[in-house]
Design a binder for this molecule. Structure first.
Ligand SMILES: Nc1ncnc2c1ncn2[C@@H]1O[C@H](COP(=O)(O)OP(=O)(O)OP(=O)(O)O)[C@@H](O)[C@H]1O
Ligand SMILES: [Mg+2]
Length: 591
């Protein structure tokens, strides 16, 4: 029993924080349970004048005392319910916060190998499950056994024979509960898995709604959702059947016990071996005991159901980020911005190298462009600089110091990224730009927007900087989103800049606006740009041509063009067609 809930035990530290309140709740529960015992004694006391003595004043006095006990029970009950809920809810709030905080620190690889909906489901469905158990357990796990023991002791004092009779069914109930508990755990686990699948399906379909609608795949998706939805119903109902079956079986055994006690106790009473008031009180006691036993069995089943949910939550909490500071890592408040890649190799999956022996240096303030075919490893190289991943071999250095020796937060403060797909959070345009430097003044936000060529279109919007961009910034065009992302990077004012140029071609005007904004941003910073635009490539101090994870050529545009290597070939395939159309030269893209 002790080891059958290895994960639920982990909730203990969360409860320990609220020791005083838990203690008060437990104390209230004890009072409430004790009052239940007194309640029984008083039922018997009340019955005495009614059945035996006929003393009215005794009846009234006892009734008044009875009311007193009732009030005590009510007050203790209020505190135990209120406080245990309070502790339970606080524990959950803490757990939820810990989960969120921890999740944010996990490495990118963690999120890549897991599905968003599945993680969301842990944060919602599994957490709700834990909430259920925390409340139920804090309220019942101690109160019910306590009440049960008090009642049983009382019963035993009145008649140990009848008490043993009443307890005849207990072993059977115990066996039933253990069996049902095992099954309940299994089904609950499957229900949670289905819930995760549903949540995943839902999340992806919301994100991909445009594709669903354009390809008119609504019926197809409905069908797919229905299958998982039905599966989950099936698993839920299996659990319900177990629980309902258990309750009925316990009820049946309880009725059998009562009948048994009634027959044998009744016979004893007829022979005058036991007082009628004792027998009647005994029956009331059995009722209370059965009610408590039922609660306990319910708690046990719910505990089983929750064990798997708690396990899933602690799996998240116990995952260590892959990318970690080395012991003794230092802060690096100032950086010159010199980047060295020294014989860097990298693999996302073991035995499948993506980068091999990459070595190059970017001097402070220099701009280096990466070009190469799709899938050659350009984004992967850029991801090593903010340590989204660590190299599998070799090392990357900032100002001569291995990145792993610099505290992650300190390193990332020097880096600004304008990603290929600009991501905006729900909120205003101002909030999205100010994300680059929290607490930036209004003028600084506007200055950044101006530099990013974004001020014009923002000022033209009715709400200006207060415009709500909606989730994922879907209410803006691609070029507008990019310029907001550039403004965000400008505001951050990083020493090192990483640009993943969008391949999607913008119209000529926004293309040149974005280009201009980027050039301003690159000034005086160490820049690694994954370049697709000919203008960026031409302006770069150096070009690295990447092919299948290795640097195959290096130099300036004109030098590389003179050779007949990969760069030359890429250039030819990209520019023929576009350059022959002399009337309207399209924006040139590369790689
Ligand atoms: N998270 C990942 N897990 C496993 N493999 C990955 C992952 N990301 C990229 N890869 C693989 O690594 C290789 C290099 O990918 P990378 O994204 O660096 O290419 P890229 O040069 O940026 O291409 P593109 O020009 O299309 O953006 C590809 O073969 C890709 O399939
Ligand atoms: Mg890429």
């Amino acid at each position: 029993m002790r080891n059958s809930f290895p994960n639920l035990q982990k909730l203990w530290p969360y409860m320990k924080r609220y020791r005083k309140r838990t203690f008060t709740a437990l104390f209230s529960m004890a009072v409430s349970s004790g009052a239940t015992g007194a309640f029984l004694v008083y039922i018997k006391k009340l019955l005495e004048p009614i059945i035996n003595t006929g003393d009215l004043s005794d009846l009234i006095r006892t009734a008044m005392q009875f009311i007193g006990i009732g009030v005590l029970m009510a007050v203790a009950g209020f505190f135990s319910t209120f406080l245990s809920n309070h502790v339970g809810q606080k524990m959950l709030t803490d757990l939820r916060q810990d989960l969120f905080d921890h999740l944010q620190r996990l490495s990118l690889s963690y999120f890549e190998t897991r599905r968003t909906g599945e993680l969301m489901s842990r944060m919602t469905n599994d957490l709700n499950n834990v909430q259920r158990v925390v409340l139920l357990v804090t309220l019942n796990v101690l109160a019910s056994p306590l009440t049960l023991i008090i009642v049983l002791v009382q019963m035993f004092i009145w008649s140990w024979q009848l008490t043993l009779l009443a307890c005849l069914g207990v072993p059977t109930i115990g066996l039933l509960i253990a069996r049902a508990g095992r099954k309940a755990r299994e089904y609950a686990n499957r229900v949670q898995e289905r819930m995760a699948e549903l949540s995943d399906l839902l999340q992806e379909r919301i994100v991909g709604i445009r594709i669903i609608q354009c390809f008119t795949r609504e019926d197809f998706e409905s069908e797919r959702f229905l299958r998982t939805n039905r599966q989950s119903l099936k698993e839920i109902m299996r659990g319900v059947r177990i629980q309902a079956g258990l309750v009925s079986a316990v009820d049946l055994i309880a009725v059998a016990s009562i009948v048994l006690v009634l027959c044998i106790g009744g016979a004893q009473s007829m022979k005058g071996q036991i007082e009628t008031s004792t027998l009647l009180t005994f029956l009331a006691a059995i009722n209370i005991a059965v009610a408590q036993a039922k609660k306990m069995s319910n708690v046990f089943v719910v505990l089983q159901q929750t064990e798997a949910s708690v396990a899933r939550l602690f799996q998240v909490l116990e995952t260590e980020p892959d990318v970690r500071d080395l012991p003794g890592a230092v802060d690096c408040p100032e950086a010159e911005g010199r980047l060295d890649f020294e014989g860097v190799g990298f693999a996302y999956l073991a035995d499948q190298p993506v980068l091999q022996n990459i070595s190059f240096i970017i001097q402070p303030g220099e701009t280096v462009a990466l070009v190469g075919p799709s899938g050659s490893g350009k984004t992967t190289i850029s991801n090593l600089i903010p340590r989204l991943y660590d190299p599998t071999s070799g090392r990357v250095c900032l100002d001569g110091r291995d990145l792993r020796e610099i505290r992650l937060r300190s390193l990332r403060q020097h880096i600004g990224i304008v990603p290929q797909e600009a991501f905006l959070f729900a909120g205003t345009l101002r909030d999205n730009i100010a994300y680059g430097r929290l607490g930036a003044e209004e003028e600084e936000v506007i200055a950044a927007a101006e530099q990013a060529n974004a001020h014009g279109f923002i000022a033209n919007m009715p709400a200006g900087y207060d415009t709500d961009v909606g989730e994922r910034g879907l209410t803006l065009s691609g070029g507008q989103r990019q310029r907001i992302a550039i403004a965000r990077a400008i505001l951050r004012d990083p020493k090192i800049l990483i640009l993943d140029e969008a391949t999607s071609s913008l119209d000529a005007e926004s293309e040149s606006l974005v280009q201009e904004a980027l050039e301003k941003l690159m000034e005086g910073r160490t820049t690694l740009v994954i370049a697709h635009r000919l203008s960026t490539i031409k302006n770069a101090d150096r070009i690295l041509v990447i092919d299948r994870g290795a640097i195959v050529e290096e130099g300036r545009h004109a030098d590389l063009l003179r050779g007949d290597g990969l760069y030359h070939r890429l250039y030819e395939t990209q520019t023929t067609g576009e350059l022959t159309d002399n009337d309207a030269p399209a924006p040139q893209t590369f790689a």
